[in-house]
Design a protein around this ligand. Structure first.
Ligand SMILES: [Zn+2]
Length: 186
């Protein structure tokens, strides 16, 4: 069975590169009886060296695994895989920053595009409806459209300090608040 491990597809997610190398050095040998492991530890070396999400051509490698590819780095991996002609059992692609989109991805995207950083801190990729805390809030508050300050405090549970300056909110505003405050697991 063939297993592919990739790291550093996004160069600024540096732990993936280090993790892939460390895995190959210290752990991979334990699995070689059952698996052939191919590792591309740093798919986007320029991005890794410059701690950038995008390639030098400002293309997102992770949106470019196709042929022809708009990104040389992703294109090289696609070509390698095609040449090998193997059947793959698993691909582990090492990323990070899920909880720091607002502090990493959003500013990087704004900088790449020459945009002023938006005041709206909800990343495009996260919809309030994806947030388990918001689902919880909807369950607690049913079909009502507005919550009182004390209800908000109750919904925030172990994070009451974040509620101290809030007045009443409608559910939509509350859902966005949860995402903005990085409280997805209320
Ligand atoms: Zn990534």
């Amino acid at each position: 069975m063939n297993v592919l491990v990739t790291g550093g597809v996004h160069g600024y997610e540096t732990s993936g590169v280090q993790g892939a190398i460390l895995f190959m050095k210290t752990e991979a040998h334990r699995y070689l009886e059952h698996f052939n492991i191919l590792c591309c530890p740093c798919v986007s070396p320029w991005g890794y060296e410059h701690i950038e999400r995008w390639s030098a051509g400002a293309v997102d490698p992770n949106r470019s695994f196709k042929s022809p590819s708009p990104c040389d780095e992703a294109g090289a991996v696609v070509e390698l895989i095609a040449k090998l002609g193997l059947k793959w059992t698993m691909h582990t692609d090492l990323h990070e920053t899920t909880n720091s989109d607002f502090t990493e991805f959003v500013p990087a995207k704004a900088a790449r595009d020459g945009h002023k950083l938006s005041n709206d801190p909800v990343p495009e990729s996260i919809k309030p409806s994806d947030c388990p805390g918001a689902a919880y809030a909807r369950k607690v508050f049913g079909n009502r459209t507005e919550m009182s300050h004390s209800e908000i405090k109750e919904a925030l549970g172990e994070h009451p300090s974040t509620a101290k300056d809030l007045g009443t909110m409608n559910l939509e505003a509350f859902e966005r608040f949860i995402v903005e405050q990085h409280l997805p697991y209320l």
